[in-house]
Design a binder for this molecule. Structure first.
Ligand code: ADP
Ligand code: MG
Length: 303
């Protein structure tokens, strides 16, 4: 097959591993910087330009989007163009943009009756007391809707602290959500890597001393973990609700069972491959081998 990886940098671990895994399995692979892709959207035959080249619906059998959070809008428009060309995308543009908005994601998960921490959202500073009450008071967690890597996630230990942080974010016109703090998770979360409706690898991440955010970018450490049947089922259901074929589902172990914290549509492969010793990149390529067919995307760019 001819596979395109949309990635800003071919040296990134995840990009490199996907290139290797595709080449090992006898595929031709190209890394395209999505910010250098451009398109003529008025043409009746959708195509895509890349630097001095032009691609059409025959150029690739599958595309693997690895779109960074800071370029979601443009990256998704490139993925959508591939969909319009009938090229099979591992994750669809609509599903990627959904996953980038924490509030929208939680609304979708909640609609399917999946467990999430008590979460509230408001616009007006007048509603701050109500917002805090909805999630059961302090301590509580405040999150920027479009934050990643733990940046923009704050723990407010008292009601007073919560009020002033929420008011400060509102004053800056930042969109935030307020969430119940799951204390019993003790600074750990579980990352489940879901590929094609199955959890193929899982790790537990633990925050360093004095920190509640377990992100590896914030100094968290990762180890292999055994999932319960409920955790496995929750991760698979979350991926399905989001419409993502490949994703990282993050769960908190709470006293009332697994709660979904977020679903990542471009999960990093370095931490999970190191913690589990599994060939996650190879499994993603294997999924493409069994699923990539022309015009197989559900939305065909109609999202
Ligand atoms: P980001 O997208 O920046 O990674 P997350 O929502 O995943 O944001 O939060 C970052 C980290 O903060 C999580 O990995 C988890 O360790 C911790 N955390 C987030 N929400 C909660 C919560 N409601 N209760 C306890 N810990 C939380
Ligand atoms: Mg996270």
């Amino acid at each position: 097959m001819n596979i395109a990886i949309l990635s800003r940098n071919r040296k990134l671990y995840s990009t490199r591993r996907l290139m290797e895994a595709a080449a090992d399995r006898g595929h031709k692979v190209r890394v395209l910087d999505h910010l250098r892709c451009f398109m003529d959207i008025t043409s009746d035959k959708p195509s895509l330009h890349y630097r001095d080249e032009e691609f059409d619906s025959e150029s690739f059998d599958a595309v693997i989007p690895r779109i960074g959070a800071s370029v979601t809008f443009y990256g998704c428009s490139v993925v959508r163009q591939f969909e319009m060309m009938g090229v099979y995308g591992v994750n669809e543009s609509v599903a990627i943009s959904r996953s980038r908005d924490k509030l929208r994601s939680l609304q979708l998960l909640s609609r399917k009756g999946l467990g999430i921490p008590a979460t509230a959202f408001a616009h007006s500073p007048d509603d701050v007391p109500g917002l805090i009450r909805e999630v059961g008071g302090a301590p509580l967690v405040i999150k920027l809707l479009e934050g990643t890597q733990g940046i923009g996630v704050v723990l407010a230990e008292t009601r007073k602290a919560a009020e002033s942080v929420i008011e400060a974010f509102m004053g800056l016109h930042s969109n935030i959500l307020v969430q119940e703090f799951i204390e019993e998770a003790k600074g750990s979360d579980i990352r489940c890597l879901v590929v094609g409706g199955k959890v193929i690898a899982a790790m537990q991440r633990t925050a360093p001393e004095g920190e509640f955010r377990s992100n590896l970018h914030r100094g968290g450490t990762a180890e292999l973990v055994r999932l319960s049947a409920a955790e496995r089922a929750t991760a698979v259901a979350a991926a399905k609700a989001m419409g993502l074929n490949v994703c990282g589902v993050d769960l908190l172990r709470s006293s009332r069972g697994p709660l979904i914290m977020e679903v990542n549509s471009s999960p990093g492969l370095e931490g999970i491959e190191a913690a589990t010793g599994k060939d996650v990149a190879g499994m993603i390529i294997g999924f493409i081998e069994s699923n990539a067919k022309p015009n197989r995307t559900r939305t065909r760019g109609k999202g």
